[in-house]
Design a protein around this ligand. Structure first.
Ligand SMILES: NC(=O)c1ccc[n+]([C@@H]2O[C@H](COP(=O)([O-])OP(=O)(O)OC[C@H]3O[C@@H](n4cnc5c(N)ncnc54)[C@H](OP(=O)(O)O)[C@@H]3O)[C@@H](O)[C@H]2O)c1
Length: 250
């Protein structure tokens, strides 16, 4: 069954906005979440032009109780077939500072881990009761590496990857599919804030086209671009001490 009602968090920019455009067509209702009114409305206008109904919703997903209340009410009104938890906060810390601030690490953890995990658990229960649905969690290839330039970011994405795998096993008997997306470098506001080299950089539209196709196929694990799947498999064979040594000198 193709998804009729689709939630996309972080739809006001980058990968989320591109995913919204890829899913937009007649007969589809897009629930678009973000904070920046102008950019979120721009995504909605583009998706309406492609035939979709759009319900933009402006709020901060770090307000966790509000997020749960909105998601629950929205799902009661219009049952969600596909929930894409994509919103994220980048985490590269400059070499000039010794460590991340507690405030920044809290924000990163709330946006990248706590909010999507709470939202996905809520959706898992609701979809299981209906006997169908798909939950997509957007992680990062950073989930596989102890990145000294982004310790909290890497940790939130590693946690999200473990959560996606565990939830996927748990939901299998309820016919709820769980998909983890792990992008490499995608040209968005987030990656533009990263000073390091960005091998195999791809556009948000190109990444979203691949991700959308593979979500529809029901894949559990999506790495874009594919080169990062190869790199990850290869570095997985290396001694961890060597990986740490290389990253420490990067
Ligand atoms: N770009 C990459 O190279 C790359 C690589 C690996 C993984 N990813 C992952 O891909 C996902 C999308 O990233 P992107 O590159 O598209 O980033 P982006 O262009 O910076 O967009 C991030 C989105 O998340 C939303 N967001 C952030 N904090 C929020 C909050 N507190 N409340 C509500 N919405 C919030 C933003 O909304 P507003 O702008 O309206 O605040 C925006 O729509 C993230 O999970 C990221 O970790 C990206």
């Amino acid at each position: 069954m193709s998804a009729k009602t689709i939630l996309i968090t972080g739809a006001s920019g980058g990968i989320g906005a591109a995913l919204a455009r890829c899913h937009a067509r007649a007969g589809v209702t897009l629930l678009l979440w973000g904070r920046d009114e102008e950019r979120l409305n721009q995504t909605a206008t583009q998706c309406r032009a492609l035939g979709a109904d759009c319900i933009p919703c402006l709020f901060d997903i770090r307000d966790l109780d509000d997020m749960v209340a909105r998601l629950s009410a929205q799902d009661d009104r219009t049952p969600i077939d596909l929930a894409i938890f994509n919103a994220g906060l980048g985490g590269s810390v400059s070499k000039d500072v010794i460590a991340e601030t507690p405030q920044r690490s809290r924000a990163t953890a709330e946006v990248n881990f706590v909010s999507p995990v709470m939202g996905a658990n809520l959706m898992a229960g609701a979809m299981a009761r209906r006997g169908h649905g798909q939950i997509v969690l957007v992680g990062s290839i950073a989930e596989s590496y102890p990145l000294p330039m982004a310790p909290t970011y890497a940790a939130t994405k590693a946690g999200l990857a473990m959560f996606a795998e565990a939830l996927g096993i748990r939901m299998a008997k309820h016919k709820v599919r769980v998909t983890l997306v792990s992008p490499g470098f995608v040209d968005t506001a987030m990656s533009r804030g990263v000073p390091e080299a960005k091998p195999f950089l791809m556009t948000a539209d190109a990444a979203a086209a691949i991700i959308t196709r593979r979500i529809a196929r029901g894949d559990r694990r999506i790495v874009v671009p594919w080169q990062f799947a190869v790199i990850r498999a290869a570095t997985g064979l290396l001694p961890r001490a060597l990986v740490r040594w290389v990253l420490g000198r990067a």
